[in-house]
Design a protein around this ligand. Structure first.
Ligand code: TYM
Length: 333
């Protein structure tokens, strides 16, 4: 029997899960678990690099687990766990810190963006964020990593670190690839120049948002941006991208084609497009909201899933970590 390829990915518990995270990552996770050996985790340690409140963080970790499960991740098929429950992530990251050139980290787009956003909190964790991410991925010898467009640079960094390790200590880690059909990049509803982000309220639609909230957020979506003649404005393109994902495939209609035709002949009314898109999102995510209501009631089951997931991940991670220990010249006690 040939060995299944390994898939690893994580999502930070730093606010509500939005439709950008869903299309960029979570939707794929659910499909991939049918075919591959999958490790999906809540990247709680990564999320500490941003400003946060400890009480909210605890809740966000549970909420992210609920989002994983409500979207269709199945603990029988995937190893689902919380990053901080498996200490080898941080331990391997330390070894990788000793191999990673600072200038490679300083040029990371996410580091620059976040440093600009949180000027009073440019912490070391923000700089070494991609090193911990490399440890997350390489601990499980991942073949593919399902992520959105914004994480490509971090995967390149993972491969740089793996190569540095192999050059110094002998061939051990293999190259990882992004798993991506098309580079998915869902833009902010309020500023289509920027990506949809948890840290910008109003920029996103949450996967558990109530119908009224979805309608309100869509009604405010920006469509009038400057675009070179003949090009579709970014805000409009974003709404079309969302229509493609949420309107027709699940419902089997022709909403996308209808608005596409209207756009081309100039008769399009954006208020109608937004309202149809809002209704599509409401319908698409209705089962998610229902499953969340059920899952929220059973905290014991959630704790059990976290515990069992951590145990499974720990077994695999420890094997890698022991091998790394030997290779780098440490003494296992
Ligand atoms: P996070 O929580 O910021 O994002 C989680 C996933 O959602 C994708 N994403 C988007 N995709 C499309 N359009 C958007 N507007 C959008 N916003 C977010 C992200 O690309 C990501 O796939 N660094 C990771 C967390 C992480 C990780 C890992 C991922 C930590 N360790 C190891 C893979 C493997 C992140 O940005 O999470």
């Amino acid at each position: 029997m040939s060995k299944k390829e390994v898939i690893v990915s994580g999502i930070q518990p730093s606010g509500e899960m939005h439709i950008g995270n869903y299309l960029g990552a979570l939707k794929d996770f659910v499909k991939l678990q049918e075919e591959f050996e999958c490790y999906f985790f809540i990247a709680d340690l990564h999320s500490l690099t941003e400003d946060y409140s400890p009480e909210e963080k605890r809740q966000q970790i549970t909420d992210t687990l609920i989002a994983f499960l409500a979207a269709g991740l199945d603990p029988q098929k995937s190893t689902i766990f919380v990053q901080s429950h498996v200490p080898a992530h941080v331990e391997l990251a330390w070894i990788f810190n000793t191999l990673t050139p600072i200038n490679e980290l300083e040029r990371m787009t996410q580091y620059k963006d976040k440093s600009a956003k949180q000027k009073k909190n440019i912490n070391v964790g923000l700089l070494t964020y991609p090193v911990l991410q490399a440890a997350d991925i390489l601990l499980y010898h991942a073949d593919q990593v399902p992520v959105g467009h914004d994480q490509i640079q971090h995967l390149e960094m993972t491969n740089i670190i793996a190569k540095k390790f192999n050059n110094k200590y002998g061939e051990y880690f293999h190259e990882v690839k992004a798993h991506m059909k098309d580079p998915v990049r869902i833009m902010s509803l309020t500023d289509p120049e920027k990506k949809m982000s948890k840290s910008e309220p109003g920029s996103y639609v949450g996967i558990f948002d109530e119908p009224e909230i979805i309608r309100k957020k869509l009604a405010k979506a920006v469509t009038a941006t400057d675009a070179p003649t003949g090009e579709m404005p970014k805000g409009v393109k974003n709404l079309f991208d969302l229509l493609k994902e949420f309107a027709d495939p699940p419902a089997g209609g022709n909403t996308f084609d209808k608005f596409d035709k209207q756009y081309k002949d100039g008769s399009i009314k954006y208020s109608e497009l937004k309202s149809d898109l809002a209704e599509s999102l409401i319908t698409y995510f209705a089962p998610f909201r229902a499953r969340r209501a059920e899952l929220t009631k059973d905290t014991e089951a959630l704790t059990k899933i976290m515990k069992e997931g951590a145990e499974k991940a720990h077994t695999v991670a420890l094997k890698t970590y022991k091998e790394v220990y030997e290779k780098v010249g440490l003494v296992w006690s």
